[in-house]
Design a protein around this ligand. Structure first.
Ligand SMILES: Nc1ncnc2c1ncn2[C@@H]1O[C@H](COP(=O)(O)OP(=O)(O)OP(=O)(O)O)[C@@H](O)[C@H]1O
Length: 427
């Protein structure tokens, strides 16, 4: 979709900003350009919409050399989001968002309808924010308007130059999450400039790690983290790359432990006896449709304090279910209060003592999310589901194993020759 062929940019003062750059961005792919200040990322990006002209090589967009395209028409096919956003201060949010459709000669009504749709898509209610002016928005909201405006004319290509650089880390993470969700819907071909390796890893289908004016490595986040192609890249991704790797390693079924499983309507004495026989201190509780309900502790104390037998308890929390998608309510009763009080193991069913389980994730979620969920719920394990189906539990030990597996697999399986490496002869 976007192809750089031996592209060089030398400024009049002799600075070589970009040196013999060759790489390709596939249709619908998000490539992050990451590297230290002054390494040529912005220059690379601005050559795509011809705000900067290369001094050598060529750039093809959908097979067409952009040097032969009319710059104005070219820019209509390319959305552009920058850190300073550049909203018009005297125009409302809706008018700002409708800028490009207006320029394209759309009728006012259609342009405004499209703008409202886009604002909605980036999480801003047009009936609340549409008539505001940019200075009546927070920094994060302004960035969202910037993204909406860039998407308004539905361009196939999006250039984003540190779009979330000016907001605080919490808002930044929100914007990243929202942008990933948006991108999964609109599937634009995106070049995204950042100097933050975390952001590059989180957002990029592939990452181009820049040295000075050249790409040191161009590959998937997992490969860049697991098999840095050069000492420079290893240094740039940092000594804590195991931690960053958590972001790109998914939970797999093989990573899971299989604790005893009991059902809500099982007789409690039988369930407790089974736990004792298996030497287990707790079991996962499923409903009669085998959906996750929660867990049960062998000891009654587990019920009262909500702590698991291994000392790492689970607190029922709020919000998590919204984030990860909550399984359908499993069964009735049970719950944190566990049902009729005072019933011992002498009778009743598992339902009477089962506790609800909030700490769960879908299979395939990144290990980092698993780690965060464990911390959030103070949980010694989290349940892993495939849709509604319970697959097993992830413990800290298994999480560590999964991380090791992922690192070892790269070290073992990825031959240097398999790593698509774009290097340019040095000086
Ligand atoms: N108009 C110009 N004239 C001369 N040199 C320039 C010009 N614009 C940029 N440069 C130089 O080109 C190099 C690459 O700049 P560029 O803006 O592409 O870097 P960057 O990686 O985007 O940096 P940052 O992360 O700080 O934005 C830098 O050394 C910069 O000083």
């Amino acid at each position: 979709m976007i192809r750089f062929e031996h592209v060089t940019k030398r400024y009049a003062d002799g600075t070589t900003a970009v040196d013999d750059l060759s790489f390709e961005v596939a249709e619908g792919e998000l490539v992050t350009l990451v590297g230290p200040s002054g390494c040529g990322k912005t220059t690379t990006m601005k050559m795509v919409n011809r705000l900067i002209e290369p001094t050598g090589g060529r750039i093809l967009l959908d097979g067409q050399d952009i040097a032969e395209a009319d710059p104005v028409k070219l820019r209509r096919r390319i959305g552009y989001v920058i850190q300073q956003v550049g909203l018009f201060p005297h125009r409302t949010v809706l008018e700002n968002t409708a800028t490009v459709p207006h320029l394209l000669g759309w009728q006012r009504k259609r342009a405004r309808a499209r703008a409202a749709e886009l604002l909605d898509l980036v999480g801003l209610d047009p009936s609340v924010y549409g008539d505001r002016y940019p200075d009546q928005l927070s920094g994060g909201q302004r960035q969202r308007v910037g993204v909406a405006r860039a998407l308004a004319a539905d361009p196939p290509v999006l250039l984003m130059d540190e779009p979330f650089g000016a907001v605080d880390p919490v808002v930044r993470e929100h914007l990243q999450t929202e942008f990933l969700r948006l991108q999964s819907q609109v599937r634009k071909t995106v070049l995204f400039v950042t100097h933050d390796i975390e952001e590059a890893v989180r957002l990029g289908d592939r990452i181009a790690v820049y040295g000075s004016g050249r790409i040191e490595q161009f590959d998937t986040p997992a490969t860049v983290l697991g098999a840095p192609a050069t000492p420079y890249v290893a240094d740039f991704v940092g000594a804590d790359r195991g931690l960053k790797r958590l972001s790109v390693t998914p939970i797999e079924p093989a990573d899971l432990e299989q604790p005893p499983v009991v059902h809500l309507d099982d007789p409690l004495p039988e369930a407790v006896a089974r736990l004792a026989a298996e030497g287990a201190r707790w079991a996962v509780v499923l409903d009669d449709a085998d959906r996750l309900h929660g867990w049960i502790s062998r000891r009654r104390g587990g019920r009262r304090h909500g702590r698991q037998g291994d000392g790492h308890g689970l607190r029922g929390g709020r919000g998590h279910g919204r984030r990860a998608g909550r399984p359908r309510a499993a069964g009735t009763g049970g719950g944190t209060d566990g049902g009729p009080a005072g019933r011992g193991t002498g009778g009743g069913t598992v339902r009477d003592r089962a506790r609800r389980m909030e700490a769960w994730l879908p299979v395939g979620a990144p290990l980092k999310q698993a780690f965060a969920t464990m911390l959030q719920y103070d949980a010694g394990w989290i349940a892993v589901l495939d849709d509604d189906r319970f697959l097993g539990v992830l413990t800290p030990a298994r999480l560590h194993q999964a991380l090791r597996r992922s690192i070892d697999a790269d070290a073992r399986d990825i031959a240097r020759s398999d790593v698509s490496l774009e290097t340019i002869a040095g000086s």
